[in-house]
Design a protein around this ligand. Sequence first.
Ligand code: PLP
Length: 456
Amino acid sequence: PPRNSNAARDIAYALHPYTDHKAHLQNGPLVISRGKGVRVFDEQGKEYIESVAGLWCASLGFDNERLVQAATDQMRKLPFYHAFTAKSHEPLIDLSEMLIERAPSPMSKVFFANSGSEANDSAIKMIWYMNNAIGRPEKKKIIARLKGYHGITLAAASLTGLPANHKLFDLPIAGFHHVSTPHHYHNALPGESEEDFATRLAEELEQKILAEGPETVAAFWAEPIMGAGGVILPPAGYFPKIQAVLKKYDVLFVADEVICGFWRTGSYWGSQTLDIQPDILVCAKALSASYLPISAVLVNERVFQGIAEGSSSVGTWGHGFTYSGHPVPAAVAIETLKIYDEMDIGGHVKKVGAHMQAQLRARFADHPMVGEVRGTGLIGAIELVADKDAKRNFDPAQKVGARLTKLGEQNGVIMRAMTNDSIGFSPPLIISEEEVDEMLNRVAKSLDEVMVQVRR
Ligand code: PLP
């Protein structure tokens, strides 16, 4: 890159998340400078459709004026206040009320943080604190799932079930366990129905709880649909069976709705699409359309009562962030939720989501490099395979997903490749059917181009 260009200065100074830094020193960044609707533009003015809404998050696209106004108005009125030691402010109160009114199962209170990882960490500490407060300190183990993604702080990364987030970091920390990924395509036995596979996974969970001792197992963590693990939808009947086991042993269900929340799956919450009644719900990302960072933990009355008990039994709950419930992101989140209601974004997602799912299947199900097409609403994936009949993925050394996303950039679509070369789609919820078609035309072109580059 030219000296003193943004690209050259990025190479000189920036340390990027999830980036191969040796390659970055050679290739430099893609510098995005502005956005409009479902599109972003780089410094040279080249246009890209954002097929993942950034990081599954920019739900209202990249130029919503109402959100800009909401932030500006709140900054003028009260640019900061905090929530420690019973301080409060109207944006925090309004947003708490709106979230409780919209929750998928009866919820009682809301705690705010700044990211999905912080929200998950906070939920873990609430559960540990609650069980201490009510006199069962040994009930603290947590079970999550392989390929689940719950963030990268030390505790959230321990929930996460992806090897790259564990190895080299001495994770998971003690007391965090993982059960199988509910992915029928790869993990079902030959001839096993979805129902039978779901039953087997529920039995696995029960055996795990019994092996650890039910009196030591506090909570089970799950995304309704696994996002970063590859957009994995569970088999039919999975969550009702899992929840029956959890109830039997008094284990809390924590739904991580960081990607699935706010209509992504075609219902307000992924929990509604997948028949989950969570005790605790974690959300972020589309909560503020990602214009400012904010996340939330909703807890039911029973959990709240346990936490409240702690003040007299074990001492004040020692947890919270400077920016918990920060008024500016809270104001943006309030406006975001109002926009979802006013524009009936749910009705829009149902219609355009059905179109995207049909188009994904029509275009890619028979493609020689596509093993599985999956998804619902405006979240989906195609999984690339070297051998369609054997469901065999490519050798990771071929970096097929990375090659595809690079070609996608050339063709004007920003894509996301995950483990097993699964390519995820979660465009801004405001996308139109015509834009879905345009996006998938660019994806299809890139896929045909990558096909001649790889060995199968
Ligand atoms: N939970 C889920 C389901 C996520 O997809 C993510 C991020 O992608 C997180 C938690 C972590 O959120 P953050 O990156 O804001 O910490």
